[in-house]
Design a protein around this ligand. Structure first.
Ligand code: SF4
Ligand code: SF4
Length: 189
């Protein structure tokens, strides 16, 4: 009995000396996670090819492809976390190497919303594409198209020159043959 009272006094004294918080904000603390942890999606606009494989394989149609004003990628995936079931199939099927253009194992698990129905319906992961990147891509595509057009024009000109040279050679050969035949007929006469 005496020892119980002493133990209680020590415990209470300790509690007063080292006050503990009832709740702790762990939002920004690192937590243990498996290497294959499926967190919030990370989408790499800079390596995505716009192949749509992730959108096609998604079993709940949580991914839509948002068009871009460039040819490659012509569209980027956007994920509706309100209906995603975190199966990871989109990451599995993504063909980019060595990095996946879409992955769930980035370790982001802050997915707190206001909790209203609208919040849940509008909770999307959308890649933020800088306008400068789009402009750079457009310039690269224009340059590529210009070089391709130049190359095709050059090949066409070469083919036409070759055809013309062949036609001229043939005409010359026929003219020579004709002259030879005329000479031969004169000799016979
Ligand atoms: S994790 Fe599964 S459900 Fe979620 S977007 Fe990817 S494929 Fe769809
Ligand atoms: S994220 Fe991957 S699978 Fe999806 S469109 Fe881009 S490259 Fe294709």
């Amino acid at each position: 009995m005496f020892f119980n009272v002493v133990e209680k006094i020590i415990r209470v004294t300790k509690a007063f000396k080292e006050p503990r918080v009832a709740t702790k904000d762990v939002t920004h603390e690192t937590m243990h996670q498996s290497p294959v942890f499926r967190g919030k999606h990370e989408i790499r606009y800079d390596i995505c090819t716009g192949c749509e494989a992730c959108a096609k394989i998604c079993p709940v149609d949580a991914i839509i492809m948002e068009p871009l004003p460039i040819k490659r990628p012509k569209a980027l995936p956007e994920v509706n976390l309100g209906i995603c079931i975190f199966c990871g199939l989109c990451e599995d099927v993504c063909p980019t190497k060595p990095e996946k253009a879409i992955k769930l194992s980035g370790g982001t698990f802050e997915m707190i919303t206001g909790g209203t129905d609208d919040d849940i319906k509008n909770y999307w992961v959308k890649p933020e594409v800088p306008a400068e990147w789009i402009e750079q891509k457009k310039k690269e595509e224009e340059e590529k198209a210009r070089k391709k057009a130049e190359m095709l024009a050059k090949k066409k000109a070469e083919a036409e020159a070759k055809k013309k040279a062949e036609a001229e050679a043939k005409a010359k050969e026929e003219a020579e043959k004709s002259a030879e035949n005329t000479e031969a007929s004169k000799g016979d006469a």
